[in-house]
Design a protein around this ligand. Structure first.
Ligand code: CP
Ligand code: NVA
Length: 307
């Protein structure tokens, strides 16, 4: 049975920690240099229905370092969406490639690819989940705090794909989490229900509020994301109005623990976080971005059974 990487719901705490350990190993390899090329002769098709800087560049670079080849397939490069279905695309690509990575709109699209692909499929962001991002976030938190369990992470922003995956990843590894969203922008009901159960099982708190001040109280980490995700451009004006008061600032952070750190998956817009916070010592966003490379390398190594 092949294994996919579509959502962290499919991975246990132990498996997530193992991926983080492999990510640390990949980071050492990259920093120290290695002659090992475990993915030599392997190839991966990367379907991008949306833009990307970090995901694309980290994956192509990481794959090259490991000796394999990643093919970037943008929406005007392949037949998908015009002349060919997801099903046929999956059936064909998995005859050529050892892995398929896909950034899509509807999460059901990456599920459909996985259903018909003979080879493992990696979700590189869907409207519902962004699991690769959360592996990098957990790796970064572990590097800065030396642990994950028992820390409190506060989400201040949209209850979106990144928020969903963070709710799953954080509760699974034993972190407390609070989520502040404006009314009407709460996370999806099914993700709330599922993660509440995980939190209960792990003995951690998971709370929801419409008040950013309440969410950041005693937090070790404050995290946000864009208020306007890819595909939501038509809602821009309304969203900017509805998210007023949600900017992460030093003032807001006064309610968090004195050592609080700031995270953002990027790309960032100034309305979400002040420059004062974003470019400060508190901000670990560029470590977070760098770690995207080691974590995707770990996922590829694991799915190709090299670890
Ligand atoms: N954080 C993230 O996924 O960035 P890109 O959209 O640039 O890949
Ligand atoms: N929530 C954002 C994340 C971008 C990396 C989006 O889906 O556009």
């Amino acid at each position: 049975m092949k294994r996919d990487f579509l959502t962290l719901l499919d991975y246990s705490k132990e498996e997530i920690n193992e991926l983080l350990d492999i990510s640390d190993e990949m980071k050492r390899w990259m920093k120290e240099g290695t002659n090992e090329r475990p993915l030599s002769g392997k190839s991966m098709a990367m379907i991008f229905q949306k833009r990307s800087t970090r995901t694309r560049v980290s994956t192509e670079t990481g794959m090259a370092f490991l000796g394999g080849h990643a093919l970037f397939l943008g929406m005007s490069d392949i037949q998908l969406g015009k002349n060919e279905t997801l099903k046929d695309t999956a059936l064909v690509l998995s005859r050529f490639n050892d892995l398929i990575l896909a950034r899509v709109y509807g999460h059901e699209d990456v599920e459909e690819l996985a259903k018909y692909s003979r080879v493992p499929v990696i979700n590189a962001l869907s409207d519902k989940f962004h699991p690769l991002q959360i592996l990098a976030d957990l790796m970064t938190i572990r590097e800065h705090f030396g642990k994950l369990e028992g820390l409190k992470i506060a989400w201040v922003g949209d209850g979106n794909n990144v928020c969903h995956s963070l709710m799953i990843g954080a509760t699974k590894v034993g972190m407390h989490m609070s989520v502040a969203t404006p009314r009407g922008y709460e996370p999806a009901e099914d993700v709330i229900e599922t993660t509440k159960k995980i939190a209960e099982k792990k003995g951690v708190t998971l709370t929801f509020t419409n008040d950013p001040k309440e969410a950041v109280k005693d937090a070790d980490i404050i995290v946000t994301d864009t208020w306007i995700s890819m595909g939501q451009d038509a809602e821009k004006e309304k969203r900017l109005r509805d998210f007023a008061g949600y900017q992460v600032t030093e003032e807001l952070g006064k309610l968090a623990k004195p050592h609080w750190k700031f995270m953002h998956c990027l790309p960032r817009k100034p309305q979400e976080v002040s420059d004062e916070v974003f470019y400060s010592e508190r901000s670990i966003v560029f470590d977070e971005a760098e770690n995207r490379m080691y974590t995707v390398m770990a996922v590829m190594m694991k799915l190709l059974e090299k670890r």
